[in-house]
Design a protein around this ligand. Structure first.
Ligand SMILES: [Cu+2]
Length: 85
């Protein structure tokens, strides 16, 4: 049991850096997609940008899982499929 707990902790540590550089990539995809929209300042576009900004803030606070969730929400607003690495 103890071994399992340690194994999970090690996995979490290994997963953290991957998640940490995942968020900016997702946020960039959203902002690029909004930039490429014909009417970039439409409602969906500004919603996506707002959510991407929130994702960035969460990422900076080290809350990567929440940042990714926020990025996914942003992508959904503009029907963008995010490329996970
Ligand atoms: Cu992050």
């Amino acid at each position: 049991m103890k071994t399992l707990v340690i194994a999970i902790a090690v996995l979490a540590l290994l997963a953290a850096p991957a998640a940490a550089d995942q968020c900016p990539l997702l946020i960039k995809q959203i902002n690029d997609a909004v930039d490429n929209r014909l009417a970039a300042e439409d409602t969906a576009g500004s919603t996506a940008r707002k959510l991407a900004k929130e994702a960035e803030a969460l990422h900076k606070e080290g809350k990567h899982a929440e940042a990714i969730q926020k990025a996914e929400e942003a992508a959904k607003a503009i029907r963008l499929k995010l490329q996970m690495k």
